[in-house]
Every structure is written in structure tokens, then in C-alpha cells.
Design a protein around this ligand. Structure first.
Ligand SMILES: Cc1ncc(COP(=O)(O)O)c(C=O)c1O
Length: 370
């Protein structure tokens, strides 16, 4: 398989653990195992204490699959395949696509959502949002670009990196277009359940369409990226079976401790998500004030969900040089839009972490002196 390097991951690999601060992380702070275990009920506490580090069930721990199914309406444990989130994208693309297929995928975006398709010989049309219209992905673009060989539409709401969340009408229209054209829909929902106003929460694509595959997991919303647990959900039994069989060539089965920790977290989801949302809202209010103070230097679209946004630099400096300068002078890591192959004017900020107020202060001192 010939695949180009994952630019964002390569950038993070270079700096993530050697830079003093991060102001571009997309996850909520990682939970300490001791804190998580305090949330365990008697059943999961015993499971943790009795845990043996053998192989696990290939489709995922049955109790975990049951708990995952409860996040959706009309979904059974049998529709859930436990994987690592990145693995889920890889497996789904391998099982859906072949040379000569056409794919429409959100861009800028998490690189594997379009590069794996390209590496399989599929032609990818990039579906870009309109920054002037709150980073809206216009469903009309799909109508115009669907071809007879279009096999798949890839969407991602809340969106990495812009934070864009489709309106319910637009979302419904995307699903309708996929149905009308009998096209599969891969819906990356990694930042779901972090809607600042719950009334803006979109249904999961699998609740609306039998040819949809939804991806979600513990990394972002639950602050458990190190558990490496996620899931793909689909009602399409043939595709489900194909993906489950493919997993024998990636991880075979998921990590035993991580499955139990994920089960504990899902059962305590209200406590965990409320805590994360309170932190996010506090950080977002600070960012809002920050961007108002410096509106001659940056413009931004305030997101409605998730942990990231994609401000624009209004000065003459390009965003790659800006991010490099910020990192060298302040020890703060922010991500230039060049890692998304998008342009050289934007950068990604993350606001899911506890230390955002502290880091933003350091960033502001730098901006003041500039
Ligand atoms: C939109 C999106 N999808 C998938 C992933 C992959 O998640 P994980 O790193 O947990 O495998 C990420 C991670 O950044 C992401 O932002």
C-alpha cells in the first residue's frame, strides 16, 4: 500500500511531547485511571479487579457493545464493532472502496478520511465549507458532484478542524441525497455529544440510513484517547461482517483493560460529559473575549460544538511561520492549516483542556508584543 504521510500526525509527532504547552489539542484532558475507577459500579469494579490480560472477543466486549448501542436509537449491540477510531476509518475504507470508485469527502479534514480512499485508487472530490457562512458545508455541492461511480460520501460533524456543525435541515438533506443516489455514507462523529446547546445535536447517521457507517469513540468527548477505543456502527449486515473479518488483519481484538475502562466511562457518561462541557464553555468564553480584543489580527467562527476551531490570521504573515514563531517564542503548540493541505492562513486551536486559561494568557502576551 502506497500512502502519503499523515501531515498532522507527523507535525504532532515532532512537537506534541516536547513543547511546553498545547493550544491545539482536539481531545478533552485524559482521565486518570484512579479517578475513572471511582465512577465504576459494582459490576464493572469487579470486572476490573478480576481482569486477565488475555485476548478478548474480536467484535468487542459484549457488555461494552450493549452500552454503546444505548447511545443510539434503533441500534442493537450486533450493529456495533469495537475498534480503535483510526482503525475504524481504515477498515471501513478498505471494505467499501476499490480502484475506480468516486468519493466525496469533507476538506479540510482528518487526513485519513480522504487519503486512504486515494491510496486505494478511488478518485476523491473535496467538499469544502464556506467560512463566510459559518463554515457551512452546502449539501447542494453533493448534488452537483455525484457521478454514476460515486460510492461514498464522507462527512464529519462536529467538524475537525473548523468546528462546523450542520443545521438539522442540511444534515437531513445530505442523508436524503445519499439515499436517493444509493451511496454509502461514512459519518465521522468523533466529537459528538459535545454540543454546547443539546438542541443542536444531530442524529447519528446510522439512525437515519441503512447504508451509513457512524464512527465514534472514547478519545475526544470522553477524554480517553489513550484507551484507543472506538466503534463503527452500521445496520448493513454484509458490510458489518466484512469489517469484522478485516479486523483480523489489523488488531484482531481490542485491549482488555481499555474495554472495561470504556464501559465504566460510558455508564458514567452524564457525569463525564457535563464536566467536560463546563470546562469547554468556560474556555470558549475566554476565547470569545480574546478574539474580540484582537479582531484586527484574527477572525474566527465561534463553534457550536466540539473542542476545536479554525481561526484565520489577518496579518501578512503566513500561518505556518506564525505557528513556528509562536512555538519557538512561547512554547505553545498550535497547528498551521498547511498540515490539512488547506491554505496558509488558518490555524487550529483546541479548547478542551483544563489549562487553556493559563496558556491563553501566555499566547496573549505574545500577541500583545507582536
Ligand atoms: C475527525 C477525527 N476522526 C478520527 C480521529 C481518530 O481518532 P483516534 O486518534 O482516537 O484514533 C480523529 C483524531 O484526531 C479525528 O479528529
Amino acid at each position: 500500500m502506497d500512502i502519503e504521510p499523515f501531515a498532522l500526525e507527523r507535525y504532532f509527532a515532532k512537537y506534541e511531547f516536547s513543547t511546553k504547552y498545547s493550544l491545539s489539542s482536539s481531545d478533552c484532558d485524559g482521565w486518570a485511571v484512579t479517578d475513572l475507577l471511582k465512577l465504576a459500579d459494582s459490576q464493572t469494579k469487579k470486572m476490573w479487579e478480576d481482569l486477565k490480560l488475555g485476548y478478548t472477543e474480536s467484535l468487542g466486549l459484549p457488555l461494552l457493545r450493549e452500552e454503546v448501542a444505548k447511545l443510539y436509537s434503533g441500534i442493537q449491540a450486533d450493529d456495533v464493532l469495537i475498534i480503535t477510531p483510526e482503525e475504524g476509518i481504515f477498515i471501513a475504507m478498505q471494505c467499501l472502496l476499490t480502484k475506480g470508485n468516486h468519493v466525496i469527502a469533507v476538506h479540510p479534514g482528518y487526513q485519513s478520511l480522504y487519503v486512504i480512499a486515494e491510496s486505494l485508487g478511488a478518485e476523491v472530490t473535496k467538499w469544502q465549507p464556506d467560512e463566510k457562512n459559518n463554515w457551512r458545508f452546502d449539501p447542494a455541492f453533493l448534488e452537483k458532484n455525484i457521478k454514476p461511480n460515486t460510492k461514498l460520501i464522507v462527512m464529519n460533524f462536529p467538524h475537525n478542524p473548523t468546528g462546523s456543525l450542520a443545521s438539522k435541515e442540511d444534515y437531513q438533506q445530505i442523508v436524503t441525497i445519499a439515499k436517493k443516489n444509493n451511496v454509502h455514507l461514512f459519518s465521522d462523529e468523533m466529537y459528538r455529544l459535545l454540543e454546547f446547546d443539546p438542541s443542536n445535536r444531530l442524529p447519528s447517521a446510522v439512525e437515519l440510513y441503512d447504508k451509513a457507517i457512524s464512527l465514534f469513540g472514547m478519545s475526544k468527548t470522553f477524554g480517553m484517547a489513550g484507551a484507543r477505543i472506538g466503534w463503527v456502527v452500521t445496520k448493513n449486515k454484509t458490510l458489518y461482517q466484512k469489517m469484522a473479518t478485516f479486523k483480523d488483519y489489523t488488531t484482531i481484538c481490542s485491549s482488555a483493560p481499555s474495554e472495561i475502562l470504556s464501559l465504566i466511562a460510558l455508564r458514567a457518561k452524564d457525569t463525564i460529559i457535563q464536566k467536560h462541557l463546563a470546562r469547554i464553555k468556560r474556555n470558549l468564553a475566554l476565547l470569545d473575549k480574546f478574539f474580540k480584543r484582537y479582531k484586527n489580527i484574527f477572525s474566527w467562527v465561534k463553534p457550536k460544538a466540539g473542542t476545536i476551531c479554525f481561526p484565520k490570521l489577518l496579518t501578512n504573515q503566513n500561518s505556518f511561520d506564525f505557528c513556528e514563531e509562536v512555538r519557538k517564542q512561547t512554547g505553545i503548540l498550535i497547528l498551521p492549516s498547511t498540515v490539512y493541505g488547506y491554505d496558509n492562513n488558518h490555524f487550529r486551536l483546541g479548547f478542551g483542556r483544563e489549562n487553556v486559561p493559563e496558556v491563553l494568557k501566555v499566547f496573549e502576551e505574545y500577541v500583545e508584543e507582536k
